[in-house]
Ligand binder design. Structure first.
Ligand code: PRX
Length: 687
């Protein structure tokens, strides 16, 4: 497959006029690459008529095709109940169970097929191949335990703080079987971050694991549970029980003691439930399936509530037609199940399609950058899914490694951040050996599944751009004044989706006002309107659309930094810094990073009389790590005598961002303290 140098349709990208906390992506439009004919020959979706079937006029009824991929106990009556915008209800009247759809329904044809390949990080430890039958047995036994020993029932929330082990999907599916709402917190998050999510969700049960492998170490994970319980208690919320899985069943691998009367070892209790079966609960389509917390414009993470029917239909359809998953495929998404990508595209989507899904415990470059390609070779992975951050890291540390291994990908996905065309081309040529189709999928925690992407057998690929909206998704770009930019204008603005779709979040847990305000208020012309067409969904990303209809995502327009493909609220990081008593003001800005895309730089000013020292700086950095997790660790902490401020006293983060990124801060003469800019520059450069 060669690069297609045909005339470029798109206008040159414009510098985006975006918020002060954001730096746009600049690169010229690229030429097209065609999907390989071998891929097209076997693809699930090759009919371009799909776009007519899923045109705006056919919304929402067209989404029937999505729901029809699932097994329903009771078929639904109303495709979309939009009578109370923007609280959408999908497939109303229908009843189903997500666990049944991901496990039980495959037993007839795929009982002995691998559902999950678990690859431990230590390379000398055996890979575990869990068949659908084994998954069925383990999920049932755990569901029986959760129901009978802990009394869990429909609508209860349970927080999971689990690493990348098969027990995580098992636990999620056991919850889903009972209609219990799971809320998995990324294992790299701190005990405190876990506690915030426990308190918000009102969980009384925490499910965790004693330890897990990461970058060559067996990490003590149970200690985070103790911190989480203590922090929740200090916020007035009690955790009744902590269920601890063992990384090595029968052996406790954490140096942190179990707390008598509170902590229980799941494997011990399970003995009592051997062979037990639990009927899946027939849940209404609109019953919440899980919560997934994400950062937003205010400090507090938002609990995105995802539905059972709409969400599952959405991830199943997109896994089948955008990921091109067939039951015979071996599919590896290298994300963490603690993020939405893992929920949708490691667990629910692939398992709903009876695929074999790989769960890898560790870091991609451990013990060397050949690791992912060895895994792909050994397991026969043919669909691969990862983030630009991982691709950059693998390219830097082992640019020729993929050529040493005999694997063949038919399809590869990138997700989470913009990918530089140069990195895209390495992914295509070296990782994909020029044989794979690539989809650059744009979406968010709130969306359930992909929003924009090329349809792999229909569209050409264009490095650095995601595609048009997928079938049924109708994006539009508005300017700051609420005017629609003509399609294909090449101008930057705020990307929105015109129509509701089944995968979109139902609400923000316990905070419907925040849901309306965050996602719908900005471009809704008539808040009294009962017509969904008046309620565009605001994604919070800057974007532009080229003349060929492809979108280029420019990054967040709110106070969010996308680090390694994951959203961190600048306010969350700033609040963690402000917990150090020496600090008076804190400002976080995104800095371009070769591997992670963006990383946070933290500027702080200290209480009068205190002098800057490396000790204070590391105390501040440690506070951020302990409140949020290592992912939020600032690249550096710059202690400044004062912040650049407007006359009204607002910190000018734009100026700090320019300094951190070695850019021109522009005209600073209107600041209340313009002289500070040079001083800060000197300090930042001296770091
Ligand atoms: O800014 C966009 C960026 O990641 C944000 C969503 O982050 P999160 O909710 O953590 O979900 C990540 C996985 C879906 C978006 O608002 N983003 C996501 N995918 C892309 C992207 N930016 C550019 N290109 C993408 N393909």
């Amino acid at each position: 497959m060669s690069e297609d140098k045909s005339p470029r349709h798109a206008a040159e990208p414009q510098a985006a006029d975006v918020s002060e906390a954001q730096i746009a992506v600049h690169w010229p439009e690229e030429g097209y690459f065609s999907p390989p004919v071998q891929f097209i020959a076997q693809a699930n979706l090759t009919d371009p008529g799909i776009f007519e079937r899923f045109s705006l006029e056919h919304c929402p009824e067209c989404f029937k095709e999505f729901a029809d991929l699932l097994d329903w106990y009771k078929y639904w009556e109303t495709t979309l109940d939009a009578s109370n915008p923007p609280f959408w209800r999908w497939f109303v009247g229908g009843r189903l169970n997500a666990c049944h759809n991901c496990v039980d329904r495959h037993l007839a044809s795929h009982r002995n097929k691998t559902a999950i390949h678990f690859v431990p990080e230590p390379e000398d430890e055996a890979v575990q191949h869990l068949t659908y039958q084994e998954l069925f047995v383990r999920v049932n036994e755990l569901a029986a335990l959760l129901r009978e020993t802990f009394g869990l029932a429909v609508g209860d929330r349970v927080t999971l703080h689990m690493p990348m082990v098969p027990e995580l999907p098992i636990t999620m599916l056991a919850c889903a079987r009972l209609g219990v709402i799971h809320s998995q917190v990324f294992s790299g998050f701190s005990g405190k971050a876990c506690a915030d999510r426990i308190v918000d969700s009102g969980s009384r049960l925490l499910i965790t694991m004693d330890a897990y492998h990461r970058a060559g170490d067996l990490l003590d994970h149970k200690e985070k549970a103790d911190i989480a319980v203590a922090e929740a208690a200090s916020a007035g919320h009690q955790i009744d029980k902590v269920l601890v899985w063992q990384r090595y069943p029968g052996k406790y691998s954490s140096p942190t003691a179990l707390v008598d009367g509170r902590d229980v070892l799941v494997n011990d209790l399970l003995a009592k439930y051997r062979g037990r079966r639990v009927e899946p609960v027939q849940m209404p389509a609109e019953a919440p399936l899980f919560l997934m917390y994400t950062s937003g414009t205010t400090g507090r993470p938002k609990g995105c509530q995802h539905s059972t029917g709409g969400y599952l239909a959405y991830v199943t359809w997109t896994s089948r037609y955008i990921q091109d998953i067939h039951p015979e495929d071996v599919y590896w998404c290298m994300a963490d199940i603690g993020w939405i990508t893992g929920h949708s595209y490691i667990v629910y989507g692939p398992l709903s399609l009876a695929a074999s899904s790989v769960v890898y415990e560790g870091v991609p470059t451990y013990p060397d950058p050949g690791r992912p390609w060895r895994i792909a070779e050994k397991l026969g992975v043919n669909i691969f899914h990862t983030s630009p951050t991982a691709i950059r890291a693998l390219r830097r540390s082992g640019p020729d490694e993929p050529t040493k291994y005999q694997y063949h990908f038919k399809h590869m996905t990138t997700v989470g951040e913009p990918i530089e065309p140069e990195v895209w081309k390495w992914y295509h040529k070296v990782v994909g050996k020029g044989e794979a189709v690539i989809v650059d999928t744009w979406w968010q925690t709130e969306n359930g599944g992909f929003l924009c992407s090329t349809v792999p057998a229909i569209h050409k690929m264009k490095p650095g751009s995601t595609g048009p909206g997928i079938p049924g998704i109708h994006p539009v770009i508005f300017d700051d004044d609420g005017h629609e930019l003509p399609s294909g204008s090449g101008k930057a603005g705020n990307i929105c989706i015109r129509n509701p779709w089944p995968g979109v979040l139902q609400t923000v847990w316990k905070d419907p006002d925040r849901y309306v305000k965050n996602y719908y208020a900005r471009y809704c012309k008539d808040p009294k309107s009962k017509d969904w067409r008046d309620w565009p969904y605001l994604a919070g990303d800057g974007a532009m659309q080229a003349a060929d209809g492809y979108f280029r995502i420019l990054g967040r327009i709110d106070d969010v930094i996308n680090v390694a493909g994951h959203r961190l609220g600048t306010k969350e990081i700033e609040s963690a810094a402000l917990l150090v008593p020496d600090v008076t003001e804190a400002a976080v800005v995104p800095v371009a990073d070769e591997i992670k895309g963006k990383v946070p730089d933290l500027y702080v000013s200290l209480k009068p009389g205190l002098s800057p020292s490396p000790k204070i700086a590391s105390k501040i950095s440690a506070s951020v790590v302990s409140r949020i997790g290592a992912i939020a660790r600032p690249r550096r902490v710059v202690i400044v005598p004062d912040m650049p401020k407007t006359r009204s006293g607002k910190i000018m983060r734009r100026v700090l961002a320019a300094i951190s990124n070695h850019q021109d801060p522009g005209d600073v003469s209107t600041l209340a303290n313009p002289e500070i800019v040079e001083k800060i520059k000197g300090l930042a450069e001296g770091e």
